[in-house]
Design a binder for this molecule. Structure first.
Ligand code: FAD
Length: 531
């Protein structure tokens, strides 16, 4: 086996394996270095959005992922919020992702992260371009002009060796060795909260929750916690659970009564058998840059945060999807000089917005609600505020619409800034995710996009389409032209020409070319951008 790889991926968790597939499918030679032989059995990262499932579709692993689900489809994977205790008098549906379903090609999903990782490992193993070093830990990274060297250690024999590659991507989680060895700094906001993570079995809890059919995750707002959550999630239907919540500073696994804490959170006693008990610090940390020379970071290595709202693994997968095509473009020789830097320019502000506008906002808003409303003090006012919250839950899902408006590699709104805040629309907008579209032959436009750029033409001038074809050929950009689309389609997207990137974000729209296609293509592959 040759270790002369184009990309070395450190960490074969969900993000590293997703990136390996993305690159491997594009013909890039990749090695994944992962310290564990098997995925670790902690059921985190369960809540997978519709957007994440679009990635799985693109990675050829959607069917397999759905088959690995641990909660039967007919049971449902909804969420709910309750007040005081899990069995308290007040509750409403929460994180109803079905609200945004029309804007994505495929359904959301829910399964434990280790099950997701197993599916990804299997899919990656099918690609001849991807090699694996399981049971190896990366201990050092050195960057040079021509590429990177990465030191790996066999965890059993302690033998070490150096791998060389053109680029390295640290997908090695929040304590990233790659980030640290490459000297990439991060800024963190410590919430000064110690959190417990418990994994346990209890059929009694399942029976108690029979009153909430179709729910798989539960968020309890307790006045004592000032907006930090008591969070329960199902692992397997009927018996297994995970739970996370703040515990007093100084708590250890030995000195704390977890049974009593769980009973209080639920509001009654029930039997518990623990599989795992652990502690972690609640903080938000974001790397100051996602790239340094030939070193990149993605997923939790670039941004770590509490699992409030299911933003972690989903954001990490989007990092992989954003970086995958750009690295491949560079290695295949058609990227502009600024394309790789656009990864940081697009993904970092989106995560900063995710942390600020969603994760920390939800903690603050919940804290304010609990401080201002108490049914014991004023039942009527509490119930009015509770019902307003219940009606407003669609807002969080609806306004989470990461977009690259103002990105240096997107045409259009140059005054804007990439952000996670937005709205969902079918209209094609430069910088925004492409809405799906059913075609008369029963397929979806998502199935016609191909792996490179795609130009959707809704009865546009054939000269314009031809101009794009020729410019793409000259620049060696893979471009699929999807034409023969009807006027009904035009009304959905609202424009006759839509240029879509390999990660399914729109990067230019118009009814007619007002400048040469070459100018547009140069912009979207980073030929005009310098960080
Ligand atoms: C309780 C809990 C619940 C969560 N729920 C959700 C949720 O519902 N939705 C959601 O989106 N997110 C959720 N998250 C967050 C999610 O789990 C993380 O965002 C996700 O694991 C990040 O994936 P990653 O691949 O970036 O990092 P990790 O999952 O941390 O993977 C890193 C990989 O790198 C390997 N590694 C580390 N160091 C080295 C090294 N030096 N050499 C070689 N290999 C190395 C590790 O073994 C690991 O396999 C939750 C997190 C927790 C704790």
């Amino acid at each position: 086996m040759s270790f002369e790889q184009q990309v070395i991926i450190v960490g074969g968790g969900p993000v590293g394996m997703g990136l390996a597939i993305d690159l491997g499918q594009r013909g890039i030679r990749v090695v994944v270095v992962e310290k564990y032989l098997e995925p670790q059995p902690i059921p985190k990262g369960q809540n997978l959005t519709q957007r994440t499932m679009e990635h799985f579709h693109a990675w050829g692993a959607e069917k397999e992922l759905r088959a690995a689900r641990t909660i039967p489809k007919e049971y449902g994977i909804g969420g709910m919020t309750s007040y005081g205790t899990l069995l308290g008098d007040y509750h409403y549906d929460w994180l109803q992702r079905e609200i945004v379903r029309p804007y994505y090609f495929t359904d959301n999903e829910r399964l434990p992260q280790y099950a997701t990782e197993a599916v990804l490992r299997k899919r990656a193993a099918e690609l001849t371009t991807v090699e694996f070093l399981y049971g190896y830990a990366v201990t050092d990274v050195q960057d040079g002009v021509a590429g990177v060297s990465v030191k790996v250690e066999n965890r059993e024999t302690r033998a070490t060796k150096w791998l060389s590659g053109r680029f390295v991507v640290g997908c090695d989680g929040s304590t990233s060795t790659v980030r640290e060895r490459a000297g990439m700094t991060q800024t963190s906001r410590d919430h000064n909260r110690l959190m417990a993570l418990l994994v346990f079995r209890s059929t009694e809890l399942h029976e108690l929750l029979a009153r909430y059919p179709g729910k798989s995750f539960y968020n309890v707002l307790s006045p004592e916690l000032h907006g930090y959550w008591l969070f329960f999630g199902r692992v397997n239907l009927g018996n297994s659970w995970f739970f996370h919540a703040p515990v007093p500073i100084g708590t250890t696994v030995e000195n704390f009564d977890f049974d009593a804490y769980l009973h209080k959170a639920v509001g009654t006693k029930f039997s518990i058998e623990y599989d795992y008990r652990g502690l972690w610090q609640l903080r938000i940390a974001i790397a100051d840059h996602y790239r340094k020379g030939n070193v990149f970071i993605a997923g939790d290595a670039a941004h770590s945060h509490p699992p409030y709202g299911g933003y972690g693994v989903n954001s990490g997968f989007e990092d992989a999807r954003n970086l995958g095509w750009k690295l491949a473009a560079e290695l295949n020789g058609w990227a502009g000089a600024g394309l790789l830097d656009s990864y940081d320019a697009e993904r970092r502000p989106v995560f900063e917005s995710t942390a600020r506008d969603f994760i920390e906002t939800s903690i603050r808003v919940d804290g304010e609600f609990l401080a201002n409303h108490d049914p014991k003090r004023d039942r009527e006012a509490f119930e009015a505020a509770w019902s307003a919250r219940a009606k407003g839950t669609a807002g969080e899902v609806g306004s989470f619409a990461p977009n690259y408006d103002g990105s240096p590699v997107v045409c259009g709104n140059s005054g804007a800034q990439p952000t996670a805040l937005g709205n969902h629309e079918h209209a094609a907008r430069a910088g925004h995710h492409l809405s799906p579209l059913s075609l008369v032959d029963g397929t979806n436009v998502y199935e016609r996009l191909g792996a490179g750029f795609a130009l959707l033409s809704f009865g546009a001038d054939q000269h314009d389409v031809e101009d794009f074809r020729q410019a793409a050929e000259a620049l060696r950009i893979p471009l699929a032209v999807v034409d023969g689309l009807t006027s009904q389609h035009l009304s959905r997207y609202g424009v006759q020409l839509v240029l879509v990137r390999p990660d399914q974000f729109v990067c230019w729209t118009a009814d007619k070319l007002s400048c040469p296609a070459d100018t547009i293509l140069r912009k979207v592959i980073g030929k005009e951008f310098q960080a």
